[in-house]
Write a protein that binds this ligand. Structure first.
Ligand code: GYE
Length: 367
């Protein structure tokens, strides 16, 4: 059924040449099919896609054929990523009528591009890309389009022209950054802020968006200073390293807010502050803001160590499957699907922007 869809798509996009199928694809992808990426993948019972829109139709392919899907995943840098990977593997399973070629691109843009070329070469039915960085996609997206393979940009965004891909889905990263800033404005209630930011991976839309959104709110608070902003690469080790260097440079007592652009970085930052004897959390000298709101991140929020945790829902595969089912049925799909998220604050804090953490909220966390 791949060819059928391919031809339909190429026709719909009025792309001039049909003979470009196969394109200039280079080598095999880095790996294929069910490569296990993360050491700490979420346990099976955590993987239920209960926050997703349910996929109603039974069989994905009307003609009963297996639908082949390539997923060029970012890597295995975080708990969020592990939950996202597991969700894709569970959703695009053989039992559900799919053959998933999963490739962990280990946070390497060049590997990710070659992986997509490999998928094109294999003539897969659909390609999902979670872009490591937002720049540098035009050429390979054009190659996929020339080959008539629908591309779903998932989780993070690309800055390519939207005519080069079929659909995009994910959280609104700028809104997440603004949510963090709005909560801080409310919480500080006019008090000064000396802020250190541990950013995510350089060039990732999750990093760019969260930074831009937070800075939009910083600009509205003349008594806030961002002392420094450095990448911790979305990893715990990166978060710890950056925090250690911040502590050396700025010294304890000279900052009162640390923004970590994901939970794993926050764990590393907490380790660094523990080692330096700096107190943090609702009763400490430093307030930590984190992003993702994974199960462990929310445990720290419930414990009052992370004061505010802005959610990003990793259970996104159901949205991708819905798009694929629609395309299989010859239906039109939206260009953009927003995966909604919210925010959580430590017990004792009331916020118009966030839910106050409780054991019940934590128990209901699926990832
Ligand atoms: O916040 C981080 C992961 O792209 C939203 O990537 C995702 C981010 C997430 O490594 O933990």
């Amino acid at each position: 059924m791949k060819k059928k869809i391919a031809l339909l798509l190429v026709a719909a996009m009025t792309v001039s040449s049909l003979v470009a199928c196969g394109s200039s694809a280079a080598e095999e992808p880095a790996a294929a099919t069910e490569e296990a990426p993360a050491e700490d993948a979420a346990p099976a019972e955590d993987a239920s896609a209960e926050e997703e829109e349910p996929a109603e139709d039974a069989a994905p392919a009307a003609d009963g054929e297996v639908v082949t899907v390539g997923f060029a995943q970012v890597g295995h840098e975080s708990d969020w990523r592990a939950a996202n990977t597991k969700n894709y593997q569970d959703t695009f399973s053989a039992e559900n009528g799919y053959e998933l070629s999963f490739v962990d691109c280990d946070n390497d843009h060049a590997v990710q591009i070659e992986t997509v070329r490999g998928f094109i070469e294999q003539e897969l039915d659909y390609i999902c890309i979670a872009p490591i960085q937002s720049a540098g996609w035009d050429t390979v997206l054009q190659e996929a389009q020339d080959a008539g393979i629908p591309v779903l940009i998932v989780d993070r965004a690309v800055d390519a022209d939207e005519s080069l891909y079929t659909t995009a889905l994910g959280c609104d990263m700028i809104a997440e950054g603004e949510a963090a800033g709005n909560w801080l404005t409310e919480y500080l209630d006019g008090a000064d802020a000396n802020i250190l930011v541990i950013e995510g991976s350089v060039g990732a839309s999750a990093t760019l968006g969260r930074t831009e959104g937070f800075n939009n709110i910083v600009a509205k608070n003349s008594n806030w200073t961002v002392l420094d902003s450095q990448s911790g690469d979305f990893t715990q080790a990166g978060g710890q390293e950056v925090m250690e260097s911040f502590i050396k440079t700025y010294g304890a007592g000279n900052f009162n807010v640390v923004v970590c652009q994901n939970d794993n970085e926050a764990y590393g930052a907490m380790d660094a502050m523990d080692a330096a004897g700096i107190t943090y959390g609702v009763d400490g000298d430093v307030q930590i803001i984190s992003f993702d709101a994974t199960h462990d991140g929310l445990q720290y929020t419930l414990d009052g160590k992370i004061t505010c945790n802005v959610e990003c829902n990793p259970l996104q595969a159901g949205f991708a499957e819905q798009v694929i089912k629609k395309l299989e049925a010859g239906e039109e799909v939206d260009k953009w699907t927003l995966v909604e998220d919210s925010a959580f604050v430590a017990p004792g804090i009331e916020s118009q922007y966030a839910t106050t953490m409780s054991q019940e909220v934590l128990d209901g966390r699926a990832y």
